[in-house]
Design a protein around this ligand. Structure first.
Ligand SMILES: NC(=O)C1=CN([C@@H]2O[C@H](COP(=O)(O)OP(=O)(O)OC[C@H]3O[C@@H](n4cnc5c(N)ncnc54)[C@H](OP(=O)(O)O)[C@@H]3O)[C@@H](O)[C@H]2O)C=CC1
Ligand SMILES: CC(=O)N[C@@H](CCC(=O)OP(=O)(O)O)C(=O)O
Length: 317
């Protein structure tokens, strides 16, 4: 596509929580956003028409609706229509071999793969924090792939979309709630796949009565790791990765350890902060992000910019 043409983007699910957040951020980019009148937003004919006109379609739909959207896209492709590239915000295709995982910081080449892929899966919000912490440790042999891990996390209620937002804003949902206590949260497959884990971690997410913000925390007994790394070793490893030139826009940054960490993400924009806290023998690794920012819409805009070769918007001003 010529740099002189403004790319066309259609957000399927633009009226939902993630769709609205993405639409808002796209106002700052040199793109045209195509829209369907609200009463036709689930009409197949109208959606097909928008798919064929767009350069990129962002799916902001529940998993099942995303799968149906891809069936529609495949149908258009089979009949020879021009088809857009796809960025899917749902968890339907995140470990599918035909899709590229949209976490640009995953490796030195990941941003390049995202830039070239026809189908990109935006990562899950919790998975973004967990993978940022664990993938470097497994890759560098500090944690064995079968290490028994425990992961705790808390999210603001916007993570549960329109239904959970309404529950909290109209019925004052619970102040704090653990969930997915069958230990089968839908982000576990992508967490294992992209962190390189072979043993399923115990993942305990929770949700609190606040709109947005997320902390993922992973406790570690350092003396159970054969390399017995220090906090400084861990922090240096993360800094070398996330402050590397292949990651120039600082969507992930390594911060000094603290004794307290709150979930206020108002200063973060679309970035994620990671910390290594603890003492000589014990550590707790944390990732703090906005579930609607780097956990959803911010990551989506980072991926859209890569896919359309737009100038990257830095996460920090
Ligand atoms: N909220 C978050 O923090 C995050 C969400 N995600 C993922 O993004 C996706 C969207 O979630 P979210 O925005 O929170 O959800 P919402 O429930 O807020 O919005 C979903 C939107 O999809 C629309 N929709 C549902 N089914 C169809 C369909 N068959 N055809 C067309 N539109 C449809 C809904 O329409 P209607 O208005 O009629 O209900 C609604 O507007 C999900 O897969 C979610 O898991 C990912 C990361 C974080
Ligand atoms: C608080 C809350 O309910 N959060 C959602 C995760 C939001 C998210 O990341 O959804 P995707 O996997 O579709 O990206 C949940 O646990 O299902």
């Amino acid at each position: 596509m010529s740099k002189l043409t403004r790319p066309k983007i259609f957000i399927d699910g633009e009226a939902g929580t993630t769709g609205l957040e993405i639409k808002n951020r796209l106002k700052a980019l040199p793109v045209d956003v195509l829209s369907i009148a609200s009463e036709f937003r689930k009409d197949e004919h109208a959606r097909k028409e928008h798919y064929t006109q767009a350069d990129l379609v962002v799916l902001c739909l529940p998993d099942e609706a995303s799968r149906e959207a891809i069936t529609l896209w495949q149908g258009l492709k089979a009949e020879g229509s021009s088809v857009p590239r796809i960025l899917d915000a749902s968890s339907a295709f995140r470990t599918h071999p035909d899709w590229v995982y949209g976490f640009a910081e995953l490796s030195e080449n990941q941003a390049k793969y995202i830039a070239q892929a026809p189908l990109v899966a935006n990562p899950g919000c919790y998975a973004t924090g967990v993978i940022a912490l664990l993938a470097p440790l497994v890759k560098n042999g500090l944690i064995p792939a079968d290490f028994p891990l425990h992961i705790n996390a808390i999210s603001g209620y916007s993570g549960g979309g329109k239904t959970m937002i309404a529950d909290h804003q109209h019925n004052h949902g619970p102040d704090f709630e653990l969930y997915a206590l069958q230990l089968n949260h839908k982000h576990i497959p992508e967490i294992m796949h992209y962190s390189g884990l072979t043993r399923k971690p115990v993942f305990v997410p929770s949700v609190g009565h606040f709109l947005k913000g997320m902390i993922v925390s992973i406790p570690l007994h350092l003396d159970t790791l054969s390399a017995h790394p220090s906090l400084e070793n861990l922090s240096t490893l993360f800094s070398n990765i996330y402050n590397h030139p292949h990651n120039p826009h600082h969507y992930v940054r390594v911060c000094p350890s603290t004794s307290r960490l709150n979930v206020d993400v108002s200063h973060l924009a679309d970035a994620m902060e990671i910390h290594v806290h603890g003492n000589e023998n014990q550590a707790v690794l944390t990732a703090k992000l906005d579930n609607l920012g780097k956990g959803a819409a911010g990551a989506a805009v980072q991926n859209i910019s890569l896919m359309l070769d737009l100038e990257q918007v830095p996460a920090f001003s």
